[in-house]
Design a protein around this ligand. Structure first.
Ligand code: SF4
Ligand code: SF4
Length: 129
């Protein structure tokens, strides 16, 4: 059984955001390219974390519909970063399933030489926190 308070704190920790700064202007949702496919819209996602309604979040389609384009992050006048909050919830689910951390020896020896190094750096930053 998930502790909703701890889970909400974990999402905030992973995302490095403060949902309480949200003023519910809706600009994040208005700019989201996945808006029509989301059952919990970006601005609502922020409110759900505040109210610690974590079960609804982790079972929402939105978790997997977010493109991580971060248009909402750019648009938010309060620096709330809703896209990072959604990503934080996604990471919470991934970690609960055991897909936790990425270690260097998991990187295959024969990497595609065309693979951008930025991708690896990004993966480490995402999975090492
Ligand atoms: S990061 Fe996700 S929630 Fe934010 S605008 Fe892009 S698709 Fe929408
Ligand atoms: S744009 Fe920022 S302040 Fe406005 S509703 Fe979205 S998260 Fe809240």
């Amino acid at each position: 059984m998930r502790d909703n308070h701890s889970a909400a704190e974990k999402i905030k920790e992973i995302s490095g955001t403060n949902p309480l700064k949200c003023m519910k202007c809706g600009k994040c949702s208005a700019t989201c390219p996945s808006f029509d496919e989301m059952d919990i819209r970006p601005h609502q996602f922020v409110s759900y974390v505040i109210s610690e309604n974590i079960e609804a979040l982790v079972n929402s389609a939105s978790l997997w519909k977010c493109l991580s384009c971060f248009a909402c992050v750019e648009r938010c006048p309060r620096d709330v970063k809703p896209g990072k909050i959604i990503d934080g919830a996604r990471q919470l689910v991934v970690r609960e399933k055991g897909g936790d951390y990425l270690s260097p020896n998991e990187i295959p020896e024969l990497l595609d030489p065309e693979l951008p190094q930025q991708l690896l750096v990004s993966a480490f930053r995402r999975y090492r926190r």
